[in-house]
Design a protein around this ligand. Structure first.
Ligand code: SAM
Length: 275
């Protein structure tokens, strides 16, 4: 008998993949976690029925979350990742030699545990000596911590369950306080086909707090619609004005210095969300 996984985006549309086997399934304290082996995408982590990452296309998302802000900042030394328990963003962050410390605040320890077990090519660098892993709520970390960062990356689930607070203006204001005077923050902001309202709301909230606010996109086949957005809030450095000398050699499969700039060129219906 064939087994297929489907993530329903609406009542009339979903994305689907053939499943070879289920490695693990459990209801954690925060969400339902499934680790599936798929025929097309390798191992796939889903939370509450939504694809978080797959072995085959994970590099697009993780490179684009990490390298766009890190190449925009002239000297990122201290980085915070909120969410991101699969470790993919951390792996990319550590490719930047200027980074001295990378802190991961993930609310669900089970995501970290099962990513280490079934997604070792993604989670392998969580053991690096520059990395501190904190199992806790990113919203509370931002509200209570006295640490200040050069770059903060919000690699969260969609705004349901524990991630609801991570899409609020209060959270973005907290992030601004937790950034140095030339700090940069980025958040994944879902897709423009089905979540236009969310993108519009986040963009306008961030714009009220950060002098430079930009939206960029990447193509991610296993996320609904395939077209994904990221919102940047920056205090001083503009991701569109990074000089060519800033880019150093880095081992990537999606990100390039040309793509850095091209990813900010938006289709009209997406650009309209930022106006
Ligand atoms: N790349 C994915 C996407 O866009 O669908 C998201 C990656 S997944 C690893 C996001 C992580 O955010 C989940 O492991 C989830 O547990 C975590 N998360 C959700 N709310 C959080 C919160 N308030 N604080 C910290 N982590 C949170």
């Amino acid at each position: 008998m064939e087994l297929w996984y489907t993530e329903k985006q609406t009542d009339a549309f979903g994305i689907t993949a053939k499943v070879k086997q289920t490695h693990h399934t459990e209801q954690t304290e925060y969400q339902r976690l499934d680790m599936l082996e798929t025929e097309e995408w390798g191992n796939m982590l889903t939370l509450d029925g939504m694809v978080m990452t797959t072995e085959r296309d994970e590099f697009v998302y993780h490179e684009m979350v990490a390298h766009v802000p890190l190449f925009t900042h002239p000297n990122p030394t201290k980085v915070l990742v909120v969410g991101g328990g699969d470790g993919g963003v951390i792996r990319e962050v550590l490719k930047h030699p200027s980074v001295e410390t990378a802190t991961l605040v993930e609310i669900d320890g089970k995501v970290i545990e099962f990513s280490k077990q079934y997604l070792p090519s993604i989670a392998g660098d969580l053991e690096d000596e520059r990395v501190t892993v904190e199992v806790g709520d990113g919203f509370m970390h931002i509200a209570e911590s006295e640490a200040v960062y050069d770059v903060i990356m919000v690699d969260s689930t969609e705004p349901v369950g524990p991630a609801v607070n991570l899409f609020t203006k209060g959270f973005y204001a907290g992030i601004s306080n937790a950034l140095k005077e030339d700090g940069i923050f980025v958040a994944q902001t879902d897709n423009p086909w089905f979540k236009a309202d969310l993108i519009q709301q986040v963009f306008h909230d961030v714009k009220e707090i950060f002098p430079i606010t930009r939206l960029y996109t990447a193509n991610i086949p296993t996320y609904p619609s395939g077209l994904w957005t990221f919102t940047i809030g920056s205090k001083r450095h503009d991701p569109l004005e990074v000089s060519d000398q800033r880019f150093h050699e880095i081992d990537t499969k999606y990100y390039t210095k040309e793509l850095h700039k091209a990813s900010f060129v938006l289709p009209k219906f997406v650009r309209d969300l930022t106006e």
